[in-house]
Every structure is written in C-alpha cells, then in structure tokens.
Design a protein around this ligand. Structure first.
Ligand SMILES: [Zn+2]
Length: 320
C-alpha cells in the first residue's frame, strides 16, 4: 500500500461519475505495474485504464494465468471437475430461489459447473460465456444451451427468465452498471437477480492485513473491487434493489495458511477443503476432521456475518 496520495483528476467514476480519485496501490498480482484508484466521492475502487479486450476472455489468455490451480493453465474439464463439488454452497445461499418451475440464465457460466449442478432442480438452464474453449466443452459434454456472446448481444428474447445468476463475473466487466442494465432486460418483471463477487472488505485485507494476500488480491482481470456500499450504488443505478450480505467460502485453514505461511495454498480445492487428515482411516483421524469441520463452519459463518466474507452476495429484484 502506498502512502495516502493526493487527489488527482481521473476519468469519470463508473459508479458515480466523479472525476477525482486517489491512487491506493501501484502494482498487481505477478508484479504488474498498474494503478489501483479509489473514487474520492463514492469510494469505488478500480483499476486505472479499466479496459479488457473481449479476446482476452474468448481465447486462452485469461485461463493461462487464472484458474483453480495456481501457475498452471487449466483445461475446461479441469475447471469443471475442480468447481463442481462446491456448487452446493451456492445452492444453499440461493435457498428458495431454486424451484423446479423456474427458468434460469447464468451470465459468465465458465465450464458450466454451476448450471450442470442445477440439473433437475430448475426447469430451464441457459448459459452465456465468452471463452470459446469453455463453450465448446459445454456443447460437447453438457445438456443445456450456451451462447458465446456477452449479455448485450444475447440472441434471446427479452423478459424471459425468472432468475439470472452471475457468479464472480461483475468484477471483470468494464462497465458494471451497463452490464447490470443488460441483465435487467432479460429478467421477467418479478424476476430475481443473484450475484456473487469479491468483497473488498475481505477479513484477510481489513483485519489480518496480510500484505502478501493484498499483493495477490489485486489482479489484472479484476477491474472493479466492490464493497457493500459501492455494489448497492451500482445496483441502484441499474434499477435493482435487494439484500447484500457476505459469505466466507475459503476455509479457516486457508486463512491460517495465509496468516502464517503468507502465501496462497496451491489450489482452489485445497483452499475449500476443511480437513486436516486426507483420507482418514483411524477413528482419531476422523474425529479430528470432524472437529475441524465444525470449527470451520462456525468460523466462516462468523466472518460472513461480520460483513468480512470474501464474497458479496446480492439477491434482489427490479425497482418498480
Ligand atoms: Zn465514484
């Protein structure tokens, strides 16, 4: 973190339009030099020159560096296999939104793990995804339609969906308010928008203040860093109202790892698995795992409730 910088003139804030900002950091993950700005009026945090070419996501560039295994390119099949077992956490958060009668669109559906996990739980599933590789994986292996276009170009009749989800996507888009307005067109009047995205008030940043996590956290493909307040403002501007809460999905062990080893765990699966003995055979090993699982559940619930979970979750409807 650089020392508090003085206010400078910047391009209009994408949330409130103010033209004054401060530089709060000057480098990103992988030591990329880039300014991270904070709007002086609304507090929105974003990358300077927040542009990303569509071809960054449509080709293989994004997945060459960003996926469930650090420092390794993941195939769509590997993404699918890594993420699928954890989709139940999203089902739990969505609760009564998931009903057998609904039609659901997932914007930025990646390798289709979330939509696949909803098989038999909803009536219609449709995906949008920019990555050509992930789209062809879905078309070859899964059983729902997917379009290889951004939401603004979706060849789908407007006003069709009961629920639209977009999971860990909003932070990647250049114009968050425009993106949400495009989503709005595809919802039924009484439809619900469900979002998950990173929370800048993440406990590792705001309470434990792990510098190495901060160096890892700010990264090239994440153009926006929302808090509850700035997310609410963007949603209001796009015509949505609802509830924002935070959830903690990475485990207690992952946090202890960050605090003590000051480095990320090697994979998403490790970071999400609350056990200390792999494949426990003895009764003692099983009991130790049970204890850690219980402690982990309690810890994550507390972090989420304190508003410090790593993800923001929005669930809401169009303002009438
Ligand atoms: Zn602003």
């Amino acid at each position: 973190m650089v020392r508090m910088q003085k206010e400078i003139a910047v391009a209009p804030c994408r949330i409130c339009g103010a033209k004054r900002g401060r530089i709060i950091r000057q480098h990103l993950r992988y030591d990329i030099k880039r300014n991270v700005m904070r709007c002086v009026k609304c507090g929105f945090v974003y990358l300077e020159r927040a542009r990303i070419a569509r071809r960054y996501y449509s080709g293989e560039k994004y997945r060459a560096h960003h996926g469930p295994s650090l420092g390794k390119k993941n195939s769509p099949r590997e993404l699918f296999k890594a993420y699928l077992p954890f989709q139940y956490q999203i089902h739990e958060s969505m609760g009564s939104l998931l009903r057998p009668s609904i039609s659901l669109l997932d914007v930025g559906c990646s390798a289709g793990h979330f939509l696949h996990s909803l098989k038999g739980k909803v009536r219609t599933r449709v995906g949008l995804e920019l990555s050509r590789e992930e789209v062809s994986f879905i078309r070859r292996n899964l059983d729902f339609p997917v379009y290889n276009v951004p939401i603004g170009e979706a060849p789908i009749r407007e006003g069709l969906f009961d629920v639209i989800t977009s999971l860990q996507v909003l932070e990647h888009v250049e114009d968050p308010v425009g993106f949400l307005q495009n989503i709005r067109k595809h919802l039924k009047k009484s439809g619900t928008l469900y979002l998950e995205l990173p929370n800048i008030d993440d406990v590792l940043l705001t309470v434990y203040r792990v510098k190495e996590y901060e160096d890892f956290y700010y990264r090239e493909p994440h153009l926006s860093y929302f808090s509850k307040a700035t997310l609410r403002r963007a949603l209001q501007k796009a015509g949505f109202e609802g509830e924002i809460e935070t959830v903690q999905r990475y485990t207690l062990i992952n946090h202890i790892h960050w605090i003590t080893a000051r480095a990320p765990q090697q994979s998403f699966v490790l970071g999400m698995t609350p056990t200390i003995v792999k494949n426990p055979k003895s009764a003692s090993a099983k009991r130790l795992n049970e204890f850690i699982t219980r402690a982990d559940r309690e810890y994550r619930a507390l972090v989420g409730k304190l508003g410090l979970g790593e993800s923001l979750v929005f669930r809401g409807t169009m303002r009438t």
